[in-house]
Design a protein around this ligand. Structure first.
Ligand SMILES: Nc1ncnc2c1ncn2[C@@H]1O[C@H](COP(=O)(O)OP(=O)(O)OP(=O)(O)O)[C@@H](O)[C@H]1O
Ligand SMILES: [Mg+2]
Length: 236
């Protein structure tokens, strides 16, 4: 049974339909990526999973329907979202942002351990723990967004284009951290990306969407070999 399953997922803004019946899954312990160009519906898909939009179709988490639930309830089930544009609180320090990520957790010693863990994954955040998030570099802010999501101890991590606007070296560092938490703690990941090359190197399963429809899907290594994907999305 998949950890997350979307069945004929639909979403719209006002009268404009943006997702036209997407089917996709994330396996327990797996990394799934949804690839697509600007405006394809990637961000909308993650927002739909988080209950931030009214949706059609079904979304199941661990076999149970979550569509129609409030975002807070979905978060409590263990779904953490590192949103597009990072969504950190610019006026708060790194440490305060991380503490907010653990909001609602009661296991104090677990939270303390998780602070250490995210500082280990992203040492630069430890150095900057008292600095306001708004004064961090773009790459550091993206690390903070991922770290904050991890403070929830999620079962499923939703990542919205963590590579956007970052230098290749920083992107690799962030993806290395995601791989580590996936392998060592079996956190499942749903990653949406325009950067097909790096996303396919991390993921085990991939979907390509165009204007709110899945146009191709398969094992990530298969899609990497696919001629059309190579030409349009990998650029070689
Ligand atoms: N709040 C909104 N109101 C109206 N239309 C919206 C809204 N947000 C997104 N859309 C539209 O929905 C479509 C999908 O947008 P979405 O943000 O999901 O794309 P995306 O794949 O994340 O693109 P990008 O790679 O540029 O982030 C676009 O045509 C966009 O204009
Ligand atoms: Mg987007």
């Amino acid at each position: 049974m998949p950890l997350l399953e979307a069945v004929r997922l639909e979403a719209q803004y006002g009268w404009t339909k943006v997702l036209h019946g997407l089917d996709f899954t994330v396996d327990e312990g797996g990394i799934t990526t949804i690839l697509g160009a600007n405006g394809a519906g990637k961000t909308t898909t993650l927002r739909a999973v988080c209950g931030m939009l009214r949706t059609g179709g079904e979304i199941l988490f661990d076999g149970r329907r979550i569509d129609g639930k409030a975002t807070e309830a979905i978060v409590r089930l263990g779904i953490a979202h590192a949103p597009e544009g990072r969504g950190t609180f610019v006026g708060l320090t790194v440490e305060e942002n991380l503490r907010l990520g653990a909001y609602g957790r009661r296991d104090r010693s677990g939270v303390a351990r998780d602070f250490e863990r995210v500082y280990q994954l992203f040492p630069v955040l430890a150095q900057r723990r008292r600095q306001a998030a708004g004064t961090l570099s773009g790459g550091e802010q993206q690390m903070l967004a991922v770290a904050r999501a991890l403070m929830l101890r999620p079962r499923l991590l939703l990542l919205d284009e963590p590579s956007l606007g970052l230098a290749p070296l920083v992107v690799r560092e962030i993806f290395r951290a995601v791989r580590t938490i996936n392998r060592e703690e079996r956190v499942s990941v749903l990653l949406v990306e325009q950067n097909a090359s790096i996303a396919l190197s991390l993921a085990d399963h991939a979907y390509l969407i165009e204007t709110g429809r899945v146009v191709m899907s398969g094992r990530a290594d298969e899609l990497r070999e696919n001629e059309a994907i190579r030409r349009s999305y990998l650029g070689y």
